[in-house]
Design a protein around this ligand. Structure first.
Ligand code: NDP
Length: 384
């Protein structure tokens, strides 16, 4: 029996890595649904190649183009929010959640509420609705398999030990392209410099998040919700080689780590084959060639996003939603060239200072706080 897969965000970096693995193993996987935001051309190509039954483009104005490109196939073309939910709840054994940003929240929640096994790359969904999502997963018998390499590493380290015996989680971070850059260089950094990650090839938004280290801040919140460990027992350490993907310290003082080359196909394959394993074309580690593994503490002055994310997690309520929405808005503006690199964390800090006291009780509440924060950040930028 082939495993049926729905790929949300099929045209992106994680989507493409997933497709690479799926297309190398046609006897193991069948793609039933694929989605994109606007890229109807790439989506139609993917749908044709994989013989998917449903292709969804979020942007309704792209539906005509998608229909034309899929003419003569058995693939249904659809567009809009409702159609994204249809893809997330399609007849699939595994949903790959690889939409970027809070836009992925609705489809991920729909998959969770339908009791699906979800391979979760879309960290923003868990950051903004962590409690709601983990509660819905428990209630509906949905399994969340972390795809983020750090959380996948922790998931693997936890496989043979009880969660009660965990004393600490240690998230590794590459430090991004500005690990050793001066504050002045960072202030003047261009989008091209910020997305040039030294070890990983990723989408633009997560690449900028890696450069500010907000990515590690979001991962801190993600780890808290995935593994039920409080903020004060999650450490962050810089590891420039990106070989050790994260570590878990247990009550007896043992520390387990997962290692591998920096290739997202390894954690994606883990989720695709779970609870088994499958071969990947990822480069094997040559430890003698690597020769050394370095670790250092992050610099809180040059990377204030780490402090902001930890504060948001500890504050709880709306704070992680505000953190994420302000960050998404600021990163988008930075990529467009409207604000400087160091403005990103400054705007996130200003948005968090607003102190939205509401606690979200539903996904609608989350989306409303997200919307209000984006408007607030726009206003802050106009006032500047
Ligand atoms: P990309 O930007 O490369 O791809 C994003 C995907 O989401 C594309 O398919 C895009 O479609 C789609 N999309 C964008 N906006 C919307 C929207 N509003 N509605 C519906 N679909 C949308 O991102 P990545 O693949 O890099 O990242 C995806 C997620 O995985 C992120 O949450 C990221 O943090 C996480 N992640 C990524 C890693 C990586 O190595 N890339 C590593 C770990 C986690 P279109 O092509 O049409 O724009």
């Amino acid at each position: 029996m082939r495993r049926k897969i729905a790929i949300l965000g099929a045209t992106g970096s994680i989507g493409k890595s997933t497709l690479d693995l799926v297309e190398r193993n046609p006897e193991r996987f069948e793609v039933v649904a694929v989605t994109a935001a606007t890229n109807s051309e790439a989506l139609a190509d993917i749908a044709r190649r994989t013989c998917a039954k449903l292709a969804v483009v979020a942007d309704e104005s792209r539906l005509g183009d998608l229909c034309e490109r899929l003419a003569g196939t058995d693939c249904e073309a659809a567009a809009g929010e409702r159609a994204l939910t249809d893809a997330a709840t399609a007849d699939a054994d595994l949903v790959i959640a690889a939409i970027v940003g809070c836009a992925g929240l609705g489809p991920v929640m729909a998959a969770v509420e339908a009791g699906k096994t979800v391979a979760l790359a879309n960290k923003e969904a868990l950051v903004t609705a962590g409690s709601l999502m983990t509660e819905a997963a428990t209630k509906n018998g949905s399994t969340l398999l972390p795809v983020d390499s750090e959380h996948n590493a922790i998931f693997q380290c936890l496989a043979c030990s009880s969660r009660e015996s965990v004393s600490k989680i240690i998230l590794t971070a590459s430090g991004g392209p500005f690990r050793t850059a001066s504050a002045e260089t960072m202030r003047d950094a261009t989008p091209a410099q910020a997305v040039a990650h030294p070890n990983w090839s990723m989408g633009a938004k997560i690449s900028v998040d890696s450069a500010t280290m907000m990515n590690k801040g979001l991962e801190l919140i993600e780890a808290h919700y995935l593994f039920g460990v409080p903020s004060d027992r999650i450490d962050i350490v810089i590891h420039p080689q990106s070989v050790v993907h994260s570590l878990v310290e247990f009550a007896d003082g043992s520390v387990l780590a997962q290692l591998g080359s920096p290739d997202m196909r390894i954690p994606i394959a883990y989720a695709l084959a779970w609870p088994e394993r499958m071969p990947t074309p990822a480069q094997r580690l040559d430890l003698a060639a690597i020769s050394r593994l370095d670790f250092e503490a992050p610099d809180p002055e040059r990377f204030p996003a780490l402090r902001l994310a930890r504060a948001a997690l500890e504050q709880g309520g709306a704070a992680p939603i505000v953190l994420n929405a302000a960050n998404e808005t600021a990163v988008e503006r930075f990529l467009r060239g409207s604000i400087g690199f160091t403005e990103i964390a400054r705007l996130v800090g200003r948005a968090l200072d607003e102190n939205i006291s509401t606690s979200p009780a539903s996904i609608e509440d989350v989306l409303e706080i997200d919307r209000l924060t984006r408007a607030r950040v726009d206003a802050l930028m106009q006032a500047a």
